[in-house]
Design a binder for this molecule. Structure first.
Ligand code: TXA
Ligand code: MG
Length: 318
């Protein structure tokens, strides 16, 4: 591919980026969670280019992003629980898995041929303006090469994807720093992926919620293997680092740590810093070094942080 155009967030630049997407091209853009790799969800050519640029297996479906709830209702069948969740958490970092409407007009590959569709209404105004300018939902996985560290900064998107896509909208506003929480409301509520909305907040609204743990459950196909991985090996729950470790601390006890997720032990700050810390630790690590993360408590956002660390530390089979 030729050069990747870099866009600012002026009206004319957003319109130019949207025009590329309407023509079946792929443009990366920021959201309040992470950068997305977007294409017009009605365009088979655009969706094909996402899979190609990301190096993503074709059986792994994409989240569609809408600019209002009405647009979401045209794509999926909403039940009362979905209406409640949307009213409470949208716009924001919650993705709902719902039965797809047959007349939605989505390219088949968006859902990898499945009957359900994952929908998110981002709170980022840049994302909203871009989707409105496209005039149709925007399908977008996170803007990283498949299996690699998620991008929460423009420089990281450029590092992984420049030359592979048509454009990147630059605005570093990924304040949550972790992907959205994915909640299936196809049957009884199930969390398919922990993310920026903690389970406790969802349970306060909907009552006790199951997790997608067993093979018998519905699955988010992308959640199965090594993922979010830097180049160096990763180890979690390390409170005494060895000599060959780049140690990433959490909380005030951090003697000898090179980096920290949050020196005060704040989970929100740790979530925001997680992927940047992974890339920075990777840059510090030598060939035989290990990136070691201090323990992070398994409550609130800590569940999503531990989930990402577990996958980053998983064996790297392709
Ligand atoms: O915060 C986020 O969710 C970001 C931003 C860009 O919105 N997006 C994101 O997309 O994290 P991605 O593709 O990296 O992760 C989406 C996950 C994948 O594990 C995929 O398998 C699952 O959602 N998913 C998407 N559509 C699905 C569907 N129809 N059924 C089941 N799982 C689905
Ligand atoms: Mg991803």
């Amino acid at each position: 591919m030729a050069t990747t155009r870099h866009f600012d967030v002026s009206d004319s630049a957003i319109e130019a980026a949207a025009r590329l997407m309407r023509n079946g091209e792929v443009v990366a853009f920021p959201t309040e969670t992470v950068y997305g790799l977007g294409a017009d969800a009605s365009s088979p050519a655009g969706i094909e280019r996402i899979y190609e640029a990301k190096g993503r297996p074709r059986h792994n479906p994409l989240i569609i992003h809408v600019s209002d709830v009405e647009m979401a209702r045209r794509m999926a069948h909403f039940n009362p629980e979905a209406e409640l969740a949307a009213a409470s958490f949208w716009p924001g970092p919650l993705t709902l898995l719902l039965p797809k409407r047959e007349d939605a007009g989505l390219a088949t590959a968006v859902t990898a041929g499945m009957k359900n569709v994952a929908i998110r209404f981002p709170s980022s105004s840049v994302a909203q303006r871009l989707i409105r300018a496209v005039g149709f939902p925007v399908a977008a996985p996170s803007a990283n090469r498949s299996g690699k560290v998620t991008s929460t900064r423009f420089v990281e998107v450029v590092r992984q994807l420049d030359g592979r896509i048509s454009g990147i909208v630059e605005e570093d506003i990924c304040d949550h720093g972790l992907e959205s929480t994915i909640l299936s409301l196809v049957g009884s509520p199930i969390i398919l992926r922990h993310g920026s909305v903690p389970r406790e907040a969802l349970e306060a609204l909907l009552g006790p919620i199951d997790e997608d743990t067993g093979p018998q459950k519905v699955s988010a196909p992308g959640q199965l293997k090594s993922h979010y991985a830097p180049e160096a090996a990763v180890q979690m729950n390390v409170d005494r680092p060895a000599a060959n470790m780049v140690w990433v601390g959490f909380g005030p006890e951090c003697e000898g740590c090179q980096l920290t997720l949050s020196s005060s032990g704040d989970l929100q700050e740790a979530a925001r810093n997680l992927y940047t810390a992974m890339s920075e630790a990777d840059a510090l690590a030598g060939a035989s070094d290990v990136i070691a993360f201090a323990p992070v408590p398994l409550i609130g956002l800590g569940r999503a942080i531990n989930d990402r660390l577990r996958r980053a530390a998983a064996p790297r089979c392709a």
